[in-house]
Ligand binder design. Structure first.
Ligand SMILES: [Cu+2]
Length: 164
């Protein structure tokens, strides 16, 4: 590769990185990661079900890796939950549907991001700490994290955190 080709390649890389940062709101760290986070609160069906939710969610995007961690309080010990990254803000249509990196691909990880990667239960204090890692830079449809209470026949949304 000659010097001009090297320069062109470098410019393309810089343009791509700039585009990624421009399309995703958040804080760029010194290491180049884009960090978004938000507080969990009681959401949608959660109030009627008696939940009082707290905690926080964090998404860290790197060029080839996105990691989501959640810390949720106010869950019911012994109950079952699932969590997904969703494609709308909490205040918009109950956080919409599941985030998908490629809308044409499967409705499951790794195309979707599910902290806990399926059903999880909180500890005896009603606290859950879960995470998920995928190997791509999550697109800008990753706007919130929802926790669903998983009952025998339904999965109402009980908690939501906006990622900003
Ligand atoms: Cu969901």
């Amino acid at each position: 590769m000659n010097r001009k080709q090297n320069l062109m390649r470098l410019m393309a890389t810089v343009a791509l990185a700039t585009a990624m940062l421009a399309t995703v709101a958040g804080t760029a760290s010194a290491g180049g990661a884009v960090v978004t986070n938000g507080q969990f609160s009681t959401f949608s069906a959660g109030g009627a079900a008696g939940y009082d939710i707290g905690g926080h969610a964090t998404m860290v995007r790197n060029a080839n890796k996105t990691k989501v961690t959640i810390h949720v309080t106010g869950l019911t010990p012994g109950a079952s939950y699932v969590s997904h990254v969703h494609n709308q803000a909490c205040a918009n249509g109950d956080a919409g549907g599941h985030f998908k990196q490629d809308p044409a691909e499967a409705a499951e990880p790794p195309n979707e991001i599910w902290p806990g990667n399926g059903v999880f239960s909180p500890n005896a204090a009603g606290i859950a700490n879960e995470k998920a890692t995928v190997h791509y830079f999550a697109n800008s449809d990753a706007r919130s994290v929802v926790v669903h209470w998983k009952t025998a026949d339904a999965a109402p949304k009980v908690a939501c955190a906006d990622l900003s």
